[in-house]
Design a binder for this molecule. Structure first.
Ligand code: MN
Length: 276
């Protein structure tokens, strides 16, 4: 990335570089490892080395713009906490690469681009934006709904999967599932059915609302958060999530997916949602 920046600088003065490329600028500020969904800067290239220390010494384009402001600007693609091949044979390595590095990256970039067009949204978390879409300027509302939704749905999705996982639920969520749906098999059938019946692209989801746990499907990248619900567990039924391995057999993918569900994380999400 350093080389790419140097090439960029060959054709742009530093001042223009900063003024015309705030998203890029935000992306090269050194940040901590991607692990949360907080709005922290990200590195442009997944394989990039240390961020440009040189950038830290550059003058900001506007003296009123503080480094903190730049840091708030960008959503960051969260790194996977396991290998791309870790969910084999249920989710194949190539799908994980494309899904995380290309699809999720695109939602992240487009979410940042949408926020750039409505500066009053800067600094708001994905949850804040999605929980009150009516407050988002109409000109960018669709882009925020789709791309911040896609950003957050995927960020949650990676965490609720893990290698050497699956099996029946554990912890408090196991009791809540039994109480709400009868037993685990009936719950699985509900989630799979919602995923199978979702026409076109979308998600199947377990969410907590004021009336308790419920299974729902959402279209496109719509977030349950926009319906006042807290997503606890969700599965991606866009074709990009399964088509390389399962082709048109969405039902097979839905069934296999239970082998990678990370119940420890699902429990964490449930406990956190109960406190909201
Ligand atoms: Mn997806």
């Amino acid at each position: 990335m350093i080389a790419a920046l140097e090439a960029f600088r060959m054709t742009h003065s530093r001042r223009d570089f900063l003024r015309t490329s705030t998203a890029l600028a935000a992306s090269v500020i050194a940040g901590s490892a991607a692990s949360s969904f907080a709005r922290t800067p990200r590195l442009l290239a997944p394989s990039s080395g240390p961020a440009s220390a040189d950038f830290e010494t550059l003058a900001l384009p506007d003296s009123s713009m503080k480094m903190e402001d730049l840091r708030k600007m960008a959503f960051e693609l969260p790194a996977l906490t396991y290998g791309y091949d870790a969910l084999e044979p249920y989710i194949d390595t190539q799908t994980m690469h494309l899904h995380h590095d290309k699809h999720h990256q695109a939602y992240t970039d487009n979410a940042n681009a949408a926020v750039e067009k409505a500066p009053e949204l800067k600094g708001k978390s994905a949850e804040e934006l999605l929980s009150n879409l009516a407050a988002v300027p109409e000109a960018v509302r669709g882009a925020i709904r789709n791309n911040v939704g896609g950003y957050l749905n995927h960020a949650i999705f990676w965490t609720i999967m893990a290698p050497n996982a699956g099996g029946p639920p554990t912890g408090h969520i196991a009791d809540a599932i039994a109480k709400t749906f009868g037993d685990f098999a009936q719950f699985q059938a509900k989630i799979n059915d919602a995923g199978l019946k979702q026409f076109g692209s979308g998600w199947t989801c377990l969410a907590l609302g004021s009336s308790g746990l419920q299974v729902l499907s959402t279209a496109n990248q719509d977030s349950p958060i926009s319906q006042g619900l807290h997503p606890i567990l969700l599965n991606d039924v866009w074709e990009h999530a399964y088509y390389l391995k399962y082709q048109n057999r969405r039902a097979d993918y839905l069934k296999a997916w239970w082998n990678v569900v990370n119940w420890a994380e699902v429990n964490k999400r449930y406990e956190a949602a109960l406190k909201k």
